[in-house]
Ligand binder design. Sequence first.
Ligand SMILES: NC(=O)c1ccc[n+]([C@@H]2O[C@H](COP(=O)([O-])OP(=O)(O)OC[C@H]3O[C@@H](n4cnc5c(N)ncnc54)[C@H](OP(=O)(O)O)[C@@H]3O)[C@@H](O)[C@H]2O)c1
Length: 414
Amino acid sequence: MSISLTSAPNPFLLLHSHIHSSSIPFSPLRRHFYTKPNCLSLTITASSSSSTSPSTTQPNSTPSSTPSSSSSFRSKPTNEINVLVTGCTGYIGKFVVKELCRRGFNVIAVSRDCSGIRGRNSREDTIRELTGATVCFSDVTDASALSGSLDALSLPIDAAVCCLASRTGGIRDSWKIDYEASRNTLAAARRFGAAHFVLLSAICVQKPLLEFQRAKLKFESELGAEAAKDPAFSYSIVRPTAFFKSLGGQVETVREGKPYVMFGDGRLCSCRPISEEDLAAFIADCVVDENKAGKILPVGGPGKSLTPLEQGEMLFRLLDREPRFLKVPIGVMDFAIALLDFLSRVFPVMEDAAEYGRIGRYYATESMLLLDPETGEYSSEKTPSYGTDTLEEFFTRVIREGMAGQELGEQGIL
Ligand SMILES: NC(=O)c1ccc[n+]([C@@H]2O[C@H](COP(=O)([O-])OP(=O)(O)OC[C@H]3O[C@@H](n4cnc5c(N)ncnc54)[C@H](OP(=O)(O)O)[C@@H]3O)[C@@H](O)[C@H]2O)c1
């Protein structure tokens, strides 16, 4: 999901400009499947160059009559493990596909026809972006279409990774994607033999006050129930802290001389951000690491946690400028939410606008850290950390190169 109010993220940046990511060359041989209701077509595209890179390996097509068991798929060589990825065209999904291909897995990436922010990527763009994966064009919101597309591939699936999320964070869309489409992914993956399911969730579901969090939690619990009834099936639920993209929204405005905007004294919340590459590596670890199976895994990046005030100070230091902050009382946001709530009761069409206000407030006041069950407080120390990329390096890169490839979605928060 991509909305741009932030605590860590900046709750003022409701709408972001979107920048095109760089393109990646075609792989030498790839099959593309496209399914519409009552219409199935298969295209085989080949280029003249050949490559032995693992990223061009095609999925193992050895038919499996029975679902594989967790232990049997984990003991196979990586290049014989077929991994289904949904949400593969999102900010994290793209990196997950790249990382899995880099490690030599056979990746079956499910995309819709027009993918990316505002559907601006064509099938060809998507195929280019997901070089190394077998791209299956289908509709994750339609269980039978998804199943039909995978039927057409007739490949067994060993494990699935679901990186789906509503791109708007709207109420209906969250239920349709974070819950229903994730559920369709599970059903399809199970039908084709998946013995393990990795779900990209979010750390904020530990304190669910928003609709997308409730939708995610409902799916998390159904995933747990599926594993409970079949000992040969397992899951890993990954709950990351804030992504870098959610914290970078003010770099360019501050560089242009504007103040850094934050709520209250800038210490209302804190986070331990993680880069897309580090998170993708963690998710890829979850595919075969038995120690990560059957677990809910909160995860943040390296280093200490940072409040918005500290992020702003870091930014001014990197720009070699005197810090200049605009501190906005949280009451301003409460007033806006109360107004939007009232209007949405009169005009139901405004229900999403009110929800975006609540999402913004949530990220302005709640930390993206582990909520310690013993104290009921957010704990930086107890938030597991992974990877090596730091926010300081990220800010330095954005100051130098801009936000290319770090664009937020339609609404701009997550
Ligand atoms: N931002 C943060 O700081 C943060 C922190 C922790 C956790 N998270 C969580 O991380 C997860 C992934 O985030 P992200 O930023 O990678 O998400 P994202 O960039 O918005 O990607 C969403 C993915 O879901 C797909 N999708 C959405 N609606 C669809 C539809 N109607 N039909 C088919 N596919 C659809 C998108 O496909 P298209 O390309 O076709 O639209 C895309 O592949 C989310 O669950 C989010 O809550 C975010």
